[in-house]
Unconditional design. Structure first.
Length: 229
């Protein structure tokens, strides 16, 4: 199952109970200074990147996340506050009334492409990756992925096709870990319960991407950020 249409998103997006929204943002196309939407800690983190371009893209992705969440929650993007799970997965902090938000989100970016997934009361994970040169795809697959997946990738003779198969398997695997809230450096074993539902996404080539959703399958709506852009 693949979703490859990215129309301009609505100016006032609203989530259906049975849908997940995924937004694709072009970080190179962000003309305004993204730091204007960030809090002090985020600006400091962006400034710590050794390469200025990496810091700019990180800040642009975070600013897009804030702007999007503000649209869904009717809030000021600069006033949004975040908390983190045990392994660092971010979530919206509880409001002044102490009530936790039902909104769930996840962000991933590689190069100038960012994906932001948003859902209600369903844990989600999204991952996007660009090919990396001089990588032994089979060796990494045997170390990280299942034996069956690694054997499938190793059997592909064409280097380009092998790289593509590896990249798609990788993003599916990482999207699941992000849905669990563990990430690569998190828990060794996943939580009990059914595995997340996973769908492949089609971002800008040659990137690969995938979305993992708790309690799927579910409708996936793909949009282009900014709205109307």
């Amino acid at each position: 199952m693949t979703h490859d249409a990215w129309p301009a998103g609505p100016a006032r997006p609203r989530l259906d109970a049975d849908a997940v929204d995924v937004w694709r943002a072009d970080l190179a196309g962000a003309h305004d200074d993204p730091r204007a939407l960030l809090d002090i800690a985020e600006r400091e983190r962006a400034a710590r990147f050794v390469e200025a371009g990496h810091g700019r893209r990180w800040a642009a992705a975070r600013a897009a996340l804030r702007a999007l969440l503000a649209l869904y929650t009717d809030a000021n993007p600069r006033e949004l506050r975040f908390t983190e799970g045990p392994h660092g997965k971010p979530a919206l902090a509880a409001g002044e009334d102490g009530r936790a938000s039902a909104l769930r989100f996840n962000l991933s970016h590689s190069g100038d492409t960012a994906l932001i997934a948003i859902a209600n009361e369903r844990e989600i994970g999204v991952d996007v990756e660009l090919p990396r040169r001089m990588v032994d795809h089979v060796a990494i697959a045997r170390r990280i992925l299942t034996a069956e997946e690694a054997d499938r990738i190793a059997a592909i003779k064409d280097p380009g096709e092998r790289e593509r198969a590896f990249l798609q398997a990788w993003v599916r695997w990482e999207a699941v870990l992000k849905c669990y809230g563990t990430g690569i450096g998190g828990a060794v074993t996943p939580p009990n319960g059914p595995e997340p539902w996973v769908v492949d996404l089609d971002p800008n080539p040659p990137a690969a991407a995938a979305l993992a959703v708790e309690h799927g399958p579910i409708a996936v709506r793909t949009w282009r950020w900014p709205p109307g852009g």
